[in-house]
Design a protein around this ligand. Structure first.
Ligand code: DGT
Length: 137
């Protein structure tokens, strides 16, 4: 039996919908995966529920007060020694207009446009499932 336990980091992201589009932000310079287009979100802090973490992240990154919807999908991915457990929640309603206070740029894209963007491997490998989740009404 190995003495070294794997390190797992829980991450939560929001699928913000407007018509047939979804919001993506370009990860800032100096961050891991800089320049990659991601769904807004971040790490769940100790003591938070996934929904509380996502409300906090969407407030910090976009300045909105979001109402978190249903969990659409979850996956795992390894980055070297650490792994992430990533959960994608539907976000249909929020107060305020998403402002760019964290990313290099924000944009609304159609689900079929995601494949042409530089996106994290964690998302690329489940892109079919993400697109299906975004097409469901
Ligand atoms: P920090 O800078 O350590 O305080 O980080 P947080 O809590 O803002 O979170 P972040 O975004 O750096 O960490 C999320 C991790 O999940 C990071 O390793 C990138 C990975 N990831 C993969 N796909 C996505 C995605 O669609 N959105 C977000 N936010 N992260 C993703």
């Amino acid at each position: 039996m190995s003495l070294k336990r794997p390190v797992w980091i829980p991450v939560v992201t929001g699928l913000l919908r407007r018509g047939d589009k979804v919001l993506v932000g370009q990860r800032p310079i100096g961050n891991s995966l800089a320049g990659h287009w991601e769904f807004p979100g971040g790490k769940i802090e100790k003591g938070e529920t996934p929904e509380e973490a996502l409300v906090r992240e969407l407030q910090e990154e976009l300045g909105i007060e979001a109402q978190i919807g249903t969990l659409k999908l979850a996956s795992t991915h390894s980055y070297g020694d650490t792994g992430i457990v990533i959960m994608f929640y539907e976000v249909l309603f929020w107060k305020g207009e998403p402002k760019n206070v964290h990313h290099m740029e924000l944009k609304w894209v159609r689900p079929d446009e995601l494949k042409d963007l530089s996106i994290p491997d964690a998302n690329r490998k489940i892109l079919g499932r993400i697109e299906d989740a975004l097409r469901e009404k």
